[in-house]
Design a protein around this ligand. Structure first.
Ligand code: AMP
Length: 304
């Protein structure tokens, strides 16, 4: 099944306890589409960059089978820039600087050939832009996944609440779930957020895995305990990309299949954090992915 992703394509500057980078390639939609390239053939991107964005990276996306017909390059403008600094636990971070640049006036255009996409991934960007993409599709996709962040809960809550009514599933981290629901208990927070619209909710807990909620059902998938976490940037996007592209590949929206999708998402995220930026997820094989998923099976299966 076809997948359409919207979200940031960016320059990131990163500081972790293990090192620093200058401007490297990042952005939610970059991580998502690279991840999806291991699962789906129709991997469509809608995003905007400035004329400073390197052609080699666009070529890398194309070489991964990403359809970049919906990637707008704005002459005379600069690409979105994010500077993040991780704390020693690598689970929390501060935004040191954000320069919206091209994102400030992003008017997403959906190419005609993307119109009948079956799966829509609303990767991190302003909720009003995410909503525009959904509204500009002539036919509603069969599954819409929304990823968002604390910034939008802080500065665009009304837009976010309007969007929540129109999506099927949300990925959010534990701190954001508590912010959005006003409840400390994640189980109650999940109920409150699902009452805002989405029938399915995923609460990400960084190195402590992820929880999947639907009606009264809950499933938990751990994160792989890695010896070294190098850079967590993009782990949430990679997770979401693995989750939705497994669903798109299998075209099965049952809760049982969502459990498997969460394992694929977690497996892909475990690769992402092994190197800086998108480096690791640019260079994976199906054999490595299958072996990683098997590690998850061994880690989390038990018999009574
Ligand atoms: P994650 O670590 O999965 O939360 O995603 C990190 C990516 O999100 C980075 O590559 C950033 O470029 C991107 N990002 C950070 N802040 C924003 C924002 N306000 N809007 C869109 N993308 C963002």
């Amino acid at each position: 099944m076809s997948l359409l992703t919207v979200g940031s394509v960016a320059f990131d500057k990163l500081e972790t306890p293990f090192g620093k980078t200058d401007k490297i390639i990042g952005g939610a939609a970059t991580f998502i589409t690279l991840t999806a390239s291991y699962f789906v053939k129709e991997n469509n991107l809608v995003a905007v960059v400035g004329e400073d964005f390197p052609q080699e990276m666009i070529d890398t996306l194309v070489n991964h089978g990403v359809n970049v017909e919906g990637l707008e390059i704005r002459e005379g403008e600069k690409t979105f820039f994010w500077h993040g600094r991780y704390h020693n636990d690598m689970n929390s971070r501060d935004t040191v600087d954000v320069q919206l640049n091209v994102m400030e006036h992003f008017d997403p255009k959906i190419p005609e050939s993307f119109q009948d996409c079956a799966f829509l991934m609303l990767g991190n960007t302003a909720p009003a832009i995410q909503h525009l993409v959904l509204k500009r599709l002539k036919n509603r996709p069969k599954f819409v996944l929304l990823d968002t962040m604390n910034l939008w809960i802080d500065i665009a809550l009304d837009d976010l609440k309007a969007l929540l009514k129109d999506v099927d599933c949300v990925t959010i981290n534990d701190e954001e779930a508590r912010m959005l629901s006003g409840d400390y208990s994640l189980r109650r927070a999940a109920k409150t957020i699902m009452a805002m619209g989405p029938k399915t909710l995923i609460i990400k807990k960084g190195e402590h895995g992820a929880l999947l909620f639907q009606n009264d059902d809950i499933f938990y998938c751990p994160a792989l305990p890695l010896e070294e976490v190098f850079d967590p940037t993009g782990a949430g996007d990679t997770f979401a990309g693995g989750f939705i592209s497994h669903l798109a590949k299998t075209d099965d929206l049952s809760f049982e299949n969502m459990k498997r999708a969460i394992v694929y998402g977690s497996a892909m995220a475990s690769f992402c954090v092994e190197k800086f930026g998108t480096e690791r997820i640019q260079d994976l094989s199906q054999i490595e992915i299958a072996a990683r998923v098997e590690e998850f099976r061994k880690l989390a299966t038990f018999e009574l």
